[in-house]
Ligand binder design. Structure first.
Ligand code: SF4
Length: 77
């Protein structure tokens, strides 16, 4: 599968719950300050990654389509 998503954690928002890492340790890790971050900025489309982004309590995780630049999550309003 092609790596079509760009996954980022907004460090201005992340409040270090660790939920993303606990839910998907293959996709997320903690940085040296205890904030979540994607293990790889580019990833294949993934229901798990989308569910983690949806479950982040302050929507610090964003997903964009790497090819088109369209936002996958949070959805554009
Ligand atoms: S779930 Fe959200 S707030 Fe919690 S560590 Fe991950 S990015 Fe930060």
């Amino acid at each position: 599968m092609t790596e079509r998503w760009t996954v980022r954690v907004d460090k201005r928002l992340c409040v270090r719950t660790g939920l993303c890492v606990a839910s998907a340790p293959a996709d997320f890790e903690l940085d040296e300050s205890g904030q979540g971050r994607a293990r790889a900025e580019r990833t294949a489309e993934s229901d798990v990654v989308l569910e983690v982004a949806e479950s982040c309590p302050i929507e610090a995780i964003s997903i964009t389509d790497a090819d088109t630049g369209h936002r996958v999550f949070p959805p554009e309003t």
